[in-house]
Design a protein around this ligand. Structure first.
Ligand code: ZN
Length: 471
């Protein structure tokens, strides 16, 4: 490593936005990318095509991946396609999830390209080509080098990396980079996405004490979440109401994390005797694969949470929630339609933009004894948001469906730390480090920066796209 006066940290995404995380560390001649996320929103083609790398992918030496969510990992196939050949350092859990998430995203992307090309061909216009292939997705997985929490890994002379549990989703990591340049040693910490300590299964985000620079996420930097006990009380009340009315419950849910969290609570309710007469359906092949992965990594989760439901019994899903049916095939999914009452149906997609939940809407949304329960954020422009905002009729595959079911939003579920938890995490560093805030909306970032100044006397910088910090 050459001894240049300045190393730099440059922000290429998640700068005054909550999506497209991508930051580059330049240490001497060495280039490390921390995350390579996709911008969310829009269709699959624009998500991939509109993001143009503002650096040469072939010049990146290694990627440090905080976790598998696509807004942190989704551009990796394109990075590989454009010449990145180095290692992708991540935890084993992240690698397992990454394969499922990238394969699913690629399927949607290629399907959209086929549709678009059919449309263009009909008009005699030139066709578009995919910006990465299935082979690139396989290469990404091959390039992953797994590293467990707590282990240091030497990257190149004087440069080491280790991961700490971020408690956000399975495998999620806080990244610590140590740079020893002989006359000085500096530590850069990137929080990744920090988990919500009230969420079940996940451990509390690890607290660190040493850093010169901290790059911290700020998703909920302006507020605290509703207490989980209130949210669960509301959830139980909805189940009770649906039982009295002889109805069913539909839950659109995100495949990674939220689905497993909801299954956890339903398992708790079952063991409390609150789900007599109910059947639970997980109707999402992707969520089912992710749930299998979560099961394989039970040792990584909060053992107290696990013990609270399993006790000394064997730890498998059938014991935990015997009333659960996982619907893999389309026939199994359609068979759920024949159940007139007592079904809790969890299906993707989380914002109702696609997936099997839309079929269940067609069958059930026009009946007033059914309940639709939102358990995650609904972005504007999505079908989920329309329903949350009180739409009385919606269009599904060209036909109109009346919305007579009761619509609820359970606001307390979150996989992110709230303002108090972010502040506490940052207060764990012994000497006030330089702090840079990423992964937040502009207003949220300003509120958090003010709060950190008042509470900790830390003057946080808000990252702007393309800007660099020198150190
Ligand atoms: Zn995330």
């Amino acid at each position: 490593m050459s001894n240049k006066p300045f190393n730099t940290l440059t922000f290429y995404g998640a700068a005054q936005e909550v999506t497209g995380s991508c930051h580059m560390l330049r240490i001497g001649d060495y280039r490390l990318l921390m995350d390579c996320g996709m911008h969310q929103g829009g269709d699959a083609i624009t998500r991939v095509d509109d993001d143009v790398f503002e650096f040469d992918p072939a010049a990146i030496d290694a990627v440090l991946l905080s976790h598998a969510h696509l807004d942190h990992s989704g551009m990796l196939p394109k990075l590989v396609h454009e010449g990145f050949r180095g290692p992708i350092l991540c935890t084993p859990g992240t690698r397992s999830l990454l394969q499922v998430l990238l394969e699913d995203a690629a399927q949607l992307y290629f399907r959209d390209i086929d549709y678009e090309n059919e449309r263009l061909a009909r008009r005699g216009k030139p066709l578009i080509r995919a910006r990465y292939s299935e082979r690139d997705v396989r290469k990404v997985i091959k390039q992953c080098c797994c590293q467990r929490y707590g282990d240091w890994r030497d990257i190149t002379g004087g440069l080491r990396v280790r991961f700490h549990d971020a408690g956000h989703i399975l495998g999620s990591a806080i990244i610590e980079v140590s740079i020893d340049e002989g006359d000085r040693c500096q530590i850069i910490v990137y929080s990744g996405d920090l988990g919500n300590s009230e969420a079940p299964l996940m451990k509390k985000p690890a607290s660190l004490a040493q850093a010169d620079i901290v790059l911290m996420e700020s998703t909920y930097g302006d507020r605290d979440h509703r207490p989980m006990a209130d949210t669960l009380a509301e959830f139980k009340a909805i189940i009770e109401q649906a039982r009295e009315q002889g109805g069913n419950i539909l839950i659109p849910s995100f495949a990674v994390g939220r689905t497993q969290e909801i299954l956890f609570y339903l398992g708790c309710f079952y063991h409390q005797g609150l789900l007599d007469g109910w059947q639970v359906f997980l109707d999402s092949p992707m969520a089912a694969s992710v749930t299998d992965i979560y099961n394989a990594y039970l040792h990584e989760f909060d053992q107290q949470d696990l013990a609270s439901i399993y006790g000394e019994r064997s730890r498998d899903l059938e014991d935990f929630l015997p009333i659960l049916t996982i619907s893999e095939s389309v026939d199994e999914s359609m068979a759920i339609n024949t159940i007139s009452r007592g079904a809790i149906i969890i299906a993707g997609s989380g914002m109702c933009t696609g997936g099997r939940i839309r079929h269940h809407f067609k069958h059930r949304l026009w009946k007033k004894n059914n309940h639709l329960v939102f358990v995650g954020f609904q972005a504007s422009g999505t079908l989920g948001r329309l329903l949350v905002d009180g739409a009385r009729h919606i269009k599904l595959a060209g036909s109109e469906v009346l919305v007579k079911s009761q619509v609820h939003t359970l606001g307390g579920f979150s996989a992110h730390a709230g303002q108090t938890a972010l502040t506490q995490w940052l207060s764990g560093f012994e000497h006030k480090p330089r702090v840079c805030l990423v992964h937040g909306e502009p207003r949220t970032l300003r509120v958090l920066a003010d709060h950190l100044w008042e509470q900790l006397g830390i003057e946080a910088v808000i990252a702007t796209r393309g800007a660099s910090m020198h150190f």
